[in-house]
Each structure stands twice: as C-alpha cells, then as structure tokens.
Ligand binder design. Structure first.
Ligand SMILES: *Cc1c(COP(=O)(O)O)cnc(C)c1O
Length: 326
C-alpha cells in the first residue's frame, strides 16, 4: 500500500503558511447537543472562513507554496462549489491570477459569486467534465497550476490545521465527527489529531447513496460511484480512479464510518438553524445526523463536530425544511 506523504510536520508548516489569511475558527460548546447526547459536544465553525468553508485552508496552503513564476502564471480549477470559491479567494489574496472553469449549466448567481471573490470565470461546455477539460488545457497550454480539490498533500495538510486547533482547544478530545467525500478534510484532521494523540477516534460520515470513499474502501481500491442528488451536495463526486493520496490516508487514519439518510440530514439542518441559530449546508451537519440516527454512541465523550461550510441556497434549505415538517 502506498502511503500519503503527509506528516504532522507538514501540517505545522501549513499552519505557518496560512495564518493571517485563514481564520483560526472558534470551537463552541453546544449546550443543547451536550445535554441531548449526554456528552460534551463542540462545534468547529468553519462556516466563519471568509469563503464560507474550510476549503480555504487547503487552497491557501497550495497557492502559498508556489514560487513567483508559478504565481504569475496563475491557478485554475473546475469547481463551482466551496473549492472554487476557496481558490478564487486565496488566489486574489496571494496575488495570483485565477481562472475557474464552469459549464454553461452553472447558474448566473454562482458565477457572479466567484467573480466577486476576484477570479475570472471561463464558461465552457455542458458538463463538469467539459469544464475540467478546459482547466487541464489551461495547465497544458498556459502553464497554469491546477489546484486539486483534495488529492494533494498540500491540500490535505492545509485542512489538517483544523486538527491542530482542535487539540489545542480541547486537549482531552475523544472523538471527531467529519463529513467525508474526497477525504482531504478527514485525512488532514485525522493525521493531525492522531499524530498528537493516537487514541482520538476519527469518524467519517457520508450520505447513504454515492459515498465514493466508503465504497472505495470496501472494494479495496478507488471505484466510481453513481452521483445521486443529496442535501449534502458538497459530499458528492468521485475520489478519482487514480487517487494516490487521500484513499490510502483515510484508510490509515479513519477509525470508523457511517452513512446517514436524507431525512436525518434535513433534521440536523433544521436543528442548526432553529437551535444553534446557524444556517449551514447539509454536508456540514452529517455528524449530527449520525448522532440522531444513533449510528454512533458518544455518551460521556468529548466530541467535536466539524461544521464544514455554509454553502446552501434557499431552495435546498426549503427542501430540507419540507422533509422535516411537510
Ligand atoms: C468539500 C467539503 C467536504 C468534504 O471534504 P473532502 O475533503 O472532499 O472529504 C465537507 N463539507 C463541505 C462543506 C465541503 O465543502
């Protein structure tokens, strides 16, 4: 088995690179969840990053590591979600040109939001795959640097800085609940917290259908999955059949995992708005969804939930609300 070349030291280096740009987010205790689950439940508020999600950490680390020539040539990617926003924001802060490639199907408000963060948007083709082809072309022909969404040691190390902050704020942490898609978030945090204390449990949570990492671990190699619509849309997508970094890393640092229903995700989103007073996206609440479905028993533990992002539109929020009280 190959090993992802990310160490605790890389995560400390990432922290030095991104500090002052990424927010050291607060970890707040949830009184209601602590009482309900007879545990100490803490929320790590990555929603407070200026781009709205933790992905800023990895993007800043990857772009800050470029030399001046590469910075001048610029960076590109093909995401319209939290990764695209993070690359746009990080590049504009670090003085790099950024081109975010999107398909013609991407709504105008999403394009405008990325432009407002300081990036150029290039619209090509009718699918995400077409947008990716364009990004690869920019790499080939204009020597731009592709910023990967997860499968890159610098991205993983950037996301891992969350783990350092968790261990500083709650040194006796027992468990961390982490939304799992490509595994940059879980791989990074897992590497950090278990590097500091190997007894911390690292629990990965995905939606019921289209959970590419969980299916790839079960198969023993990266597999493609069919994409299914989900309230946790930031957890959709594959892990890459050529995955070389996050698949082996997640296999190494994840203690256990579970999958949650759409109804549980909806209930957790409603809890966040009505009780915690936070509007967050489905991917950010899968940890709570798992607790609500009794998939994990945390009684007596100190547990951190990674509230990973706030990229939710009102139509999706309404869909969640209707699932809870139709
Ligand atoms: C990307 C993302 C995740 C999952 O991160 P991976 O590194 O792909 O596993 C979870 N939550 C939100 C809000 C995200 O944007």
């Amino acid at each position: 088995m190959t090993r992802c070349p990310v160490t605790l030291h890389d995560i400390y280096l990432a922290r030095a690179r991104i500090s002052g740009q990424a927010v050291r987010t607060p970890l707040v205790k949830s009184v209601s969840l602590s009482e309900r689950f007879e545990a100490e439940v803490y929320l790590k508020l990555e929603t407070l990053q200026p781009s709205g999600a933790f992905k800023l950490r990895g993007a800043l680390n990857a772009i800050a590591a470029l030399d001046e020539t590469a910075l001048a040539r610029g960076v590109t990617t093909a995401s319209t979600g939290n990764h695209g926003r993070a690359v746009a924001w990080a590049a504009s802060r670090l003085g790099a040109r950024a081109i975010i490639c999107v398909s013609e199907l991407v709504p105008a408000n999403k394009v405008a939001a990325i432009e407002a963060l300081g990036a150029e948007v290039r619209t090509v083709g009718r699918s995400q795959d077409d947008a990716f082809v364009e990004a690869r072309w920019l790499v080939e022909d204009e020597s731009m640097t592709l910023i990967e969404p997860f499968d890159d040691p610098l991205i993983v190390a950037g996301q891992g800085t969350i783990g350092l902050e968790l261990m500083e704020d709650v040194p006796e942490l027992d468990r961390v609940l982490i939304g799992l898609s490509g595994g940059g978030l879980l791989g990074g945090i897992g590497c950090a917290v278990r590097g500091i204390n190997p007894r911390v449990q690292v629990t990965g949570i995905s939606m019921m259908h289209g959970a590419a990492m969980i299916e790839s671990l079960a198969a023993g190699h990266p597999v493609a999955v069919e994409e299914v619509e989900t309230l946790a849309d930031s957890l959709g997508g594959g892990i890459g059949l050529e995955n070389h970094c996050t698949w082996p890393l997640v296999r190494e640092v994840m203690s256990d995992h579970c999958q949650v229903s759409e109804h549980a995700i909806a209930c957790a989103m409603v809890h966040f708005l009505e009780t915690e007073k936070m509007l967050v996206e489905g991917a950010a609440v899968v940890g709570l969804a798992a607790l609500e479905e009794h998939a994990i028993d945390i009684r007596g533990e100190r547990v951190a939930l990674i509230v990973s992002g706030n990229g939710v539109d009102m139509a999706t929020w309404q869909r969640a609300k209707n699932m809870v009280d139709p």
